[in-house]
Design a protein. Structure first.
Length: 295
């Protein structure tokens, strides 16, 4: 079975202070997303699609093409304003991208097999990709999707607040996902957020979603409705995958199978995260989880 990995790598990286997606953090100068691509190809993904800013395309192409030749098809898409519907007038002071739903749609020509989304600046562990490949075999149509949630306590940053989609899961099905901001440790190591205290074993979305190709027109309609609802003053609003999923769940238009990963997440949210990420990757290499010449 063919499977496509969509790597979301066009974010501004404002909290990190630069293009964290192409920051060298591995022992041999690897990007963090190289580990995701390695794990996905090992699990059976045969097409990798990068969503990038224009200025990053050649850097990513040069990094991956020699390593993945003969192993997976490589595709590149740029998230910019040229792909927006013609009816929408972009505010003059708009700087931010339009979010992860729009990012995926920028690559719609490549989404001809079941596809999964991931963040380029997150490390997910090996098991997530194995779960996705298995669940893809059970998707029957545009009204079904899959996800791999994580345990909240395994996804925290020591260096500041993070945003997570808090999930309600019953009998293996996602019932609700609520974007929750400023999740961080309190002085006593309990977990707080803008929504109040959170249990460390809560399940959270880390933007690993899986869809079938027939779902793409549903995403297009959702994004168009999002744009139609924006006022000229909405210069920072983004159309995000977990919010879209939650809205479609609420409307009864989507069913989402959820199977958790026990792996510990780590990622590059803040510049201060870089040292810990570098140390963790070095440890994984020492323990044999990854070869010296990754990919």
């Amino acid at each position: 079975m063919s499977a496509t990995l969509v790597v979301l790598a066009a974010g501004l990286g404002s909290r990190f202070g630069g293009n964290k997606q192409i920051s060298c953090v591995g022992p041999q100068g690897e990007f963090l997303m190289e580990y995701s691509v390695y794990d996905a190809v090992e699990a059976g993904f045969d097409r990798i699609v990068w969503i990038l800013k224009e200025e990053m395309v050649e850097t990513v192409r040069a990094k991956f093409e020699p390593k993945l030749k003969g192993k997976a098809e490589l595709c590149f898409a740029v998230q910019d304003y040229t792909s927006l519907p013609s009816f929408y007038q972009i505010p003059a002071d708009r700087v931010k991208p339009f979010g992860t739903v729009h990012a995926v749609l920028c690559a719609k020509e490549y989404l001809t097999s079941p596809f999964a989304t991931i963040n380029a600046d997150d490390y997910y562990g090996k098991e997530a990709y194995q779960i996705l490949v298995r669940l893809f075999r059970e998707i029957k149509g545009k009204g079904e999707a899959v996800m791999v949630p994580y345990i909240l306590g395994n996804t925290m940053s020591e260096n500041g607040g993070v945003t997570r989609g808090i999930c309600k899961i019953e009998n293996g099905l996602l019932r609700r996902v609520e974007e929750t901001k400023n999740i961080c440790y309190a002085p006593d190591r309990s977990i707080t957020s803008d929504a109040g205290a959170l249990p460390p074993d809560a399940k959270v979305s880390m933007n690993i979603w899986g869809f079938c190709p027939e779902f793409v027109p549903v995403m297009e309609r959702y994004f168009e409705d999002f744009l139609k609802g924006l006022s000229p003053e909405d210069v920072k609003a983004e159309c995000l995958l977990p919010i879209m999923v939650n809205d479609l769940l609420h409307a009864g238009k989507l069913t989402v199978r959820a199977e958790s990963s026990p792996d510990r997440w780590f990622g590059l949210t803040y510049q201060a995260d870089r040292e810990a990420v570098t140390e963790e990757l070095a440890r994984l290499h020492r323990e044999g989880a990854y070869p010296k010449g990754l990919i």
